[in-house]
Design a protein around this ligand. Sequence first.
Ligand code: SAM
Length: 245
Amino acid sequence: MNREQISALAHAEHPIKSPLDDDSVRQLLERCLPHGDERVLDLGCGGGEWLLRALAMHPQLEAEGVDISEGDLAQARQAAVRLGVQERLVLHQREAEEFTSPHPFDLVLSVGAAHAFGGLLPTLAAARKHLAPGGHVLIGDGFWEREPAPEAVEMLGEFADLATTVDRVAADGWTAVHGHVSSRSELDAYEWSCWGSLAAWALDHPAHPDSAQVLGTAATRRSEWLRVYRETWGFVTLVLRRTSR
Ligand SMILES: C[S@@+](CC[C@H](N)C(=O)[O-])C[C@H]1O[C@@H](n2cnc3c(N)ncnc32)[C@H](O)[C@@H]1O
């Protein structure tokens, strides 16, 4: 089973593919969509969960999503039809960095996808290219709650602490007008859900040739979370505006 298939099974039960619950997602979207007729872009949209919620909240809103995963985009397309919002959603299967558009967007989102750009600041640079004057950026990325073990850095990548993360964003010309730090409960719910869904799939498909591999992966990933990074890794989602136009 490849990484994309593992990821699809792991995320099957969680509302979005990032460690935030439904209420947090709704509240953040409300902050970013003051008028309800915005044009919204999601770079690394996965199954389109943020966009689908925004479209369902606001009948005048239009949205575009970019992701490399054909499976995730197919899921987003089906969900859009179920919700009756497909006319207002355009999906692009493409490297997010390569996406271009003839028009700017009032809200540019990128949550849990900074690795696609090589980090937080390069993600903001990409968002800036697509942002309409006065628009919002909603960006979600990891940070270190405490000094990480070298193994955790190796596993999850380079992050800063929360204050340094926000300072770097400010120095890059952005003002945080709101933010959300995922609670311990949101972080735990996400990890339990990912590795639990994966394990449950393996138990439900004992005759599948990949069953044992998937069960092993679920156990390894859960153990890495509990032993290596649960105490040190956090996730912040920032609502940003350009400091000066
Ligand atoms: C952790 S998921 C987050 C999905 C979504 N933003 C959410 O919060 O539910 C990261 C997403 O980034 C996508 N991705 C990874 N590399 C990418 C790239 N180079 N271009 C576009 N999307 C990419 C993955 O396919 C995946 O859907």
